[in-house]
Design a binder for this molecule. Structure first.
Ligand code: FSO
Ligand code: SF4
Length: 542
């Protein structure tokens, strides 16, 4: 196997024996094959569109869910992956029939095989199949960005919002990664175009979420526990949460959020559920301890899954693109009511969660809420009470080097405000960082996809202050990344013209020296240094 798509890749180079995430070689191979056949299907879709034929929603959804399934920590289930390969091949064959010609199609669109041939094929189509390291680097950068975009698209689709332009772009770009005639320059241009559609995809999801659940508002979320048994919901899919909250009404079972589901509490819609109890625990990587002490069932609606301990494996459930062998999986098509009753029945027999902390965290600073506070914010900037903002969005992870972000937050000058989104916030959202004239020093916009809100806030401030360039704002970017959703957020920010983004705790292994140089020279992308050096760099002090 060879995989280097996430920040925790072995030796900062690539996982070759087994994934640091727990992904076994057979699973890694099947994911490689799934990506390959999805690229083949996409190439057929491109031909369909060129021929003026419609591509069905079913096909669009197959492409996005396939991509999502291969995101870090989302799906470890070999059987599910294999059956997705089979369905993708069937779908692609149907398109070839409809096209009536194979002319101009790449090998990936022409290949077909039976299950017993999958493994042998898979080992020939992985990342290393592209020999030129710069072309490989750009193809992977684009593919990972598309995986992130597909994840966000899937959540919008779950709320019955489809954007044919985004789907068509995903397919076009996937097909382009198979095209040997494209140069480094072509692929750099496609990388930026991916960022453009990243903005569009995040805007779509924002519209879907706020359309269904209202605009997030300032909210205090309890982090303690109640006395009833509970179900813990993790991942990013708000529609799954809604269905579960409806089905648990009046059952005596409480529902808690975990990790990236925390921001659900900020939406007005979810406040009507009395049994929506609070948030339990921290970012994804602490789940072994926290799922143990939660005592009740856990529903993973997306990544990030840590391979479970036997002690709670029977309480771990997956749905959507997530999967783990031996854990229960709840199926359900878009628009269909999923049946969570097995989880609810299990919860009733479980003990109440064990308290691991007490108190509250505050969040809900998405675009509309911040716009409502704009006068207060602008006054604080004009009076000098707020000197600067620092965007610290992105992901958390288990590496010790990430303590940098806690220390950085603690040592920040007192007149600096953190803007955040994604699970990165757990490195500092429980610290007593206080407020500036009533504005909390950590403004949490929501999930990683809500980085879109941070971009809107920056654009609004640019407009209010009458600045020509977004980079003239008193705003620094110190982003933590882990998996591929952070890649699309990064590409979206680059597309919006943001420069000098610092990315840590390490730069992606999939950036070849030349591709990294393009990003450094054109966008000022940089890594992180020590906390003290970076504080000096960003704020001119230690
Ligand atoms: Fe975190 Fe995992 Fe949201 Fe990611 S839980 S790491 S970038 O899936 O998507 O922030
Ligand atoms: Fe390694 Fe990350 Fe790939 Fe898992 S997703 S195999 S940890 S590079």
């Amino acid at each position: 196997m060879f995989c280097y798509q996430c920040q925790e890749t072995a030796g900062c180079k690539g996982c070759t024996v087994s994934g640091v995430c727990g992904k076994k070689p057979e699973v890694a191979h099947m994911q490689d094959l799934l990506i390959y056949v999805t690229k083949g299907l996409s190439a057929a879709c491109v031909k369909m569109r060129e021929a003026g034929k419609a591509v069905s929603e079913e096909v669009n959804h197959m492409v996005t869910v396939n991509l999502f399934t291969t995101i870090t920590n989302a799906n470890f289930d070999l059987d599910q992956l294999r059956s997705r390969v089979t369905k993708t091949l069937e779908m692609k064959e149907a398109l070839l029939q409809e096209l009536g010609s194979e002319e101009g199609l790449p090998q990936a669109a022409l290949w077909n095989g039976t299950e017993d041939q999958y493994e042998a094929k898979a080992v020939t189509v992985g990342v290393l199949a592209t020999e030129d390291e710069d072309i490989r680097s750009l193809r992977e950068l684009i593919t990972y960005g598309l995986k992130g975009l597909a994840a966000y698209t899937k959540h919008a689709n779950a709320l019955l919002k489809d954007d044919e332009e985004v789907d068509a772009f995903i397919q076009k770009a996937l097909a382009a990664t198979l095209d040997d005639s494209l140069t480094v320059d072509d692929l750099v241009a496609l990388t930026l175009e991916t960022g453009k559609f990243g903005v569009q995809g995040m805007a779509d999801l924002d519209a879907a979420n706020t359309g269904a659940y209202g605009n997030p508002e300032v909210t205090k979320v309890n982090i303690g526990v109640r006395k009833n048994p509970g179900i813990l919901v993790s991942g990013h899919d708000l529609k799954d949460l809604e269905m579960l909250l409806e089905q648990t009404k009046g059952t005596g079972v409480d529902v808690y959020t975990h990790s990236e589901m925390l921001p659900a509490h900020y939406y007005p819609f979810f406040k009507k559920y009395d049994h929506f109890a609070g948030n339990y625990g921290n970012a994804w990587w602490k789940q072994k301890e926290e799922f143990e002490s939660f005592h009740g069932p856990i529903l993973m609606t997306t990544n990030c899954i840590v391979p479970p301990k036997d002690s709670y494996k029977d309480r771990l459930w997956t749905t959507g693109a997530a999967g783990f062998p031996g854990c229960g999986h709840i199926d359900g098509a878009y628009g269909e009511e999923k049946d969570f009753s097995p989880i609810i029945e299990q919860a009733k027999k479980c003990a109440a969660p064990e308290e691991i902390e007490q108190g509250e965290i505050v969040g809900g600073f998405a675009h509309e809420q911040v716009f409502a506070l704009a006068d207060q914010v602008v006054d604080a900037v004009k009076s000098g009470a707020i000197r600067k903002f620092v965007v610290m969005a992105g992901c958390d992870g288990r590496q010790k080097s990430r303590e940098y972000y806690t220390e950085f937050a603690k040592k920040l000058p007192k007149d600096v405000v953190i803007l955040t989104a994604g699970c990165a916030k757990y490195k500092y959202n429980k610290l007593p960082l206080g407020d500036i004239n009533g504005i909390p020093r950590v403004l949490d916009a929501g999930q990683c996809n809500d980085s879109y809100s941070l971009a809107l806030i920056a654009l609004k401030l640019q407009e209010i202050f009458g600045l020509e360039d977004i980079n003239d704002l008193p705003l620094a970017f110190n982003i933590a990344w882990y998996e591929q959703k952070a890649v699309i957020v990064l590409l979206a920010l680059l597309y919006l013209g943001v420069k000098n983004i610092h990315l840590g705790p390490t730069l992606p292994a999939f950036l070849s020296p030349n591709v990294a140089k393009v990003l450094v020279d054109n966008f000022g992308i940089a890594g992180i240094d020590t906390v003290d050096n970076d504080l000096k760099l960003f704020f001119g002090e230690e």
